[in-house]
Design a protein around this ligand. Structure first.
Ligand SMILES: Cc1ncc(COP(=O)(O)O)c(C=O)c1O
Length: 390
């Protein structure tokens, strides 16, 4: 386990900073009670830490009102809360081919069962969405635009500010899936004209699994599609309309919330930009180390500008799953293979027909030595199994 080279940070970051483990453990031991305004001191203190985390996350997205930061299980749940609470029959949605199934499947459900119409914007040969492609798609019924900030397959960062501006000019709600970017690069609801951000805690925010959420800008309202206890106004049977209660139900994931807080504090301490810069240097080191191998195909990696540290590749004529199995079994390198829950990306790349790609996700605890080992391993696999090998 000690010599495992973990390059699957696009799926979940691992390991976490020590501070995250320590805070989760110590907080659970000292304050692991239900939060509540009217409870004992301990539960009031617990509630305060949740509010502190709301405030920290609100600041991260440059929001104004921490009550509009709501917690969920992960970004899949957060996206479902937003999509299901916004759409009704007759609505039109514009989304993109870079989306994850966390968006594609809820949209498919609304298309199939609820009379919602969806258009998808393709990406260009370098993996970028062109904001201009949205313009002819807007209709009077367009209610929502959803864009994945950075692809979890090819790592391209989309021009969300330009797309957000188009939405704002037309009064259309702009929802950004920041699962891959929150904690890595700026997600700023004001500068990027974002109405709703969905985030997940366990990737670049360096928190544990089981925590995520939404920031919902003032003036945008999501219907509650669930109802339950909120700890306040208990005599009222109708689920509360005010945020954050409107979109939160039941006892929160307290340990996840404090882990998230510790993760974000660590990121701020190290400097998000510094970490991202380093991850991109490592990413380029890998790309340069395999780029000239004629048996290796890299996807959308011609120019590192506007990328995160996520790289997809294939060994020509050899299944990506086999590459992953050999990397794991023979080299102790963990990566992800297959369609990475983003079927439209693969359809557009044509890699759906060959069962996807192998994907590396570079994280803050990766080193040059990890990358050099991956370069050697991938080149050796390509020499041994790639087509063109005599
Ligand atoms: C772009 C994107 N959106 C959504 C998700 C879903 O994240 P979670 O599984 O934490 O809900 C992922 C995870 O891989 C992702 O990469």
């Amino acid at each position: 386990m000690d010599d495992l080279i973990y390059l699957d940070n696009g799926a979940t970051s691992f390991p976490k900073p020590d501070e995250v483990y320590e805070m989760m453990d110590s907080f659970h031991r000292s304050n692991g009670v239900s939060p509540g305004r009217s409870g004992c001191d301990l539960s009031i203190e617990t509630g305060n830490v949740i509010e502190q985390t709301r405030a920290t996350m609100t600041e991260l997205f440059n929001g104004d009102d921490p009550n509009r930061l709501i917690f969920s299980l992960n970004s899949t749940e957060a996206l479902n809360i937003a999509i299901n609470g916004l759409l009704t029959a007759g609505d039109h949605v514009i989304s993109t081919n870079v989306e994850h199934n966390a968006v594609l499947r809820p949209l498919h459900h609304h298309e199939k069962y609820n009379g919602v119409e969806v258009d998808y914007v393709p990406f260009d040969d370098n993996g970028f969405i062109n904001p201009e492609d949205f313009i002819p798609l807007f209709k009077p019924t367009t209610r929502l635009v959803i864009v994945n900030h950075a692809s979890n397959v090819i790592g391209t960062v989309q021009p969300i500010a330009e797309i957000g501006k188009l939405c704002q000019e037309r009064g259309v709600i702009f929802l950004v899936d920041a699962s891959q970017t929150a904690g890595k690069i700026p997600v700023d609801i004001k500068e990027q004209y974002i109405d709703i951000v969905a985030f997940t805690g366990h990737k670049s925010l360096l928190g544990p699994t089981g925590i995520g959420g939404l920031y919902v800008r003032e003036g945008v309202d999501i219907r509650h599609t669930r109802a339950g206890g909120t700890g306040v106004k208990s005599a009222q049977l109708h689920h509360l309309e005010e945020y954050p209660y409107r979109l939160e139900y039941g006892t929160p994931n307290l340990v996840g919330i404090v882990g998230l807080l510790a993760g974000v504090r660590w990121l701020k301490c190290q400097g998000m930009e510094t970490i991202h810069h380093r991850e991109m240097e490592l990413t380029q080191r890998f790309v340069n180390g395999v780029r000239n191998n004629k048996n290796i195909v890299l996807y959308c990696q011609d120019n590192p500008t506007d990328h995160i540290g996520v790289v997809s590749f294939n060994v020509k004529g050899f299944e990506a799953t086999n590459v992953g199995t050999i990397l794991d079994g023979d080299y102790n390198i963990a990566c992800r293979t297959g369609l990475q829950c983003a079927p439209f990306v693969h359809q557009q790349l044509g890699t759906d027909k060959i069962h996807g790609t192998a994907r590396l996700g570079i994280g803050p605890f990766n080193t040059e030595a990890h990358i050099d080992a991956a370069i050697i391993a991938v080149n050796e696999i390509a020499e041994t199994y790639g087509v063109g090998v005599s």
